[in-house]
Design a protein around this ligand. Structure first.
Ligand SMILES: Nc1nc2c(ncn2[C@@H]2O[C@H](COP(=O)(O)OP(=O)(O)OP(=O)(O)O)[C@@H](O)[C@H]2O)c(=O)[nH]1
Ligand SMILES: [Mg+2]
Length: 253
């Protein structure tokens, strides 16, 4: 049985609009949400970012973590935000929560507002309300849980129904650190991703494998799209991910 986490702060009840210009990146869940965001959610501040301060950003995007309960969405976010792994008993997310993190992407400060959704069926209607404001979705399954992999098609149907048409999407096979209990091969994940035309990689919130890369790749894609000049070549998310994994000596053919 999983213990339930009480819903924290403002992250639950407010709509997922972006922070006002030059808001502080408190990094804390439930902070940084404010009124007055443009409808597309992007924020361009009126003055340039201060390069040495984490409090400032040039552009912000909303990223949502989705997938079955227990696949590791919260752990992935905590690993990315705090560099730690939430070991021990599983505390299932109630409703929705978020964290902010500012990344340096090609000399630009990109703030990701990352929404951690509850995978449990009973919270699905809450999640639906947040899809339309998401610029990117990280869709997770658990490589040790076949049902979570089989449910990916249903998640994609839901995404097509509720999310923006041009949402950046990436499929992540999480818990890649667990060798003995693995039931979904990396090749199966790759194949499914290919069928649906989405970038894919395996991650581990426990070891940290590809966690930074997943968020950075999405941030790069979003930044590239929003700053794109007409003659710029298209940023290829999967190519970028493959190249980065290769140079890190990681597990990709
Ligand atoms: N070995 C291993 N365990 C993990 C990993 N990620 C998460 N877990 C474990 O899986 C369980 C579920 O993780 P959560 O991050 O809470 O799952 P969730 O997707 O947020 O679940 P909901 O909030 O119910 O939607 C916890 O017991 C974690 O410790 C991972 O990469 N490797
Ligand atoms: Mg969770």
């Amino acid at each position: 049985m999983s213990r339930k986490k009480t819903v924290k702060g403002k992250g639950t009840s407010k709509s997922p609009t972006a922070s006002p210009n030059k808001s502080k990146d408190s990094g804390k869940s439930g902070k940084g949400i404010g009124a007055g965001a443009p409808s597309n959610g992007l924020v361009y501040p009126s003055r340039p970012s201060l390069s040495n301060s984490r409090e400032f950003y040039d552009i912000t995007f909303k990223v949502m973590l989705v997938g079955d309960s227990g696949v590791g969405k919260t752990c992935l976010l905590v690993r990315f935000k705090d560099g730690a792994f939430l070991a021990g008993s599983f505390i299932s997310t109630v409703g929705i929560d978020f964290r902010n993190k500012v990344l340096n992407i090609d000399a630009l400060k990109v703030k990701l507002q990352i929404w951690d959704t509850a995978g449990q069926e009973r919270f699905r209607s809450v999640t639906h309300a947040y899809y339309r404001d998401a610029h990117a979705l990280l869709l997770l399954y658990d490589v040790t849980n076949k049902a979570s992999f089989d449910n990916i098609k249903a998640w994609l149907t839901e995404i097509h129904e509720y999310a923006q048409q041009d949402v950046v999407l990436m499929l992540l096979g999480n818990k890649a650190d667990v060798a003995h209990e693995r039931v979904v091969k990396r090749e199966e994940g790759e194949k499914l991703a290919k069928v649906f035309g989405v970038p894919f990689m395996e991650t581990s919130a426990k070891s940290g494998l590809n966690v930074e890369l997943a968020f950075t790749a999405v941030a790069k894609e979003l930044k590239h799209r929003s700053m794109k000049e007409p003659d710029d070549p298209k940023f290829q998310l999967q190519d970028y991910v493959n190249k980065e994994m290769k140079s890190a000596g990681c597990c990709h053919s």
